[in-house]
Design a protein around this ligand. Sequence first.
Ligand code: F6R
Length: 248
Amino acid sequence: MKILVFKNYEELSKRAAEEIASTIEAKPNAVICLASGDSPRRTCEIFVQEANQKRLDLSGAHFVGLDEWVGVSPDDPGSCQYFLRHNIINPLNVDRNHFHLFNVMASDLRDECLKMDNTISQLGGVDIMVVGIGMNGHIGFNEPGVAPDLFCHVAELDDTTQEVGQKYFTQKKELKMGITLGLAHLTHARKALLLASGIHKAPIVSRAFQASITNQVPASILQTHPNSLILLDEDAASNLVEKKKKCM
Ligand code: F6R
């Protein structure tokens, strides 16, 4: 695990976008798994801009959505699918066969999990997984207490996730369950990138990366990943001791 600290959200987003671009340059048929939410928002914008400017060939790349709220329509601007369609898939005109999103409208969500696991395995695994960290240390909807060897699964959402998740919606939503790639996907990903910014993330960032590994803080599993890169802004890094971090 390597921790890099940037002056601000803009700088960390630039670095994250570069990481995605260089993954595709090195491997044109790369599989990129993306979270939605505030952390990767600017990364997506910069990546789209750069990819268009540099005419990056994305025709072989595959995009996988990390997770989704169960019971929330894909047309709802608060859904993960909406985020990925509007921030990556539509602006880059990604071919229908090259993006893979959970369909929470399906009648059998366990089958959705199996389908996603199979898709990822047929594509040869995830090359780069770009994730945020929840206020409770979750990654995707891998909530505190999750088994680290799980692949895709349906999860009951922690109270914190249910409350914090309201920020994506204009009206109060019932957010009881989520569907998500598992921590086993994260540990198998060839590269794992975690983005965190803002002072509100400082306590959980220090619990995840400066304390012992525990499934009560699922993101702490990245401490053992051989190729994990934690990108923080100065605020999110403010509770880390100096020796843990490299400032950019
Ligand atoms: C969303 C997701 C979540 C978020 C996390 C941080 O697809 O997987 O785990 O990454 O809750 O959310 P933000 O970035 O909005 O602070």
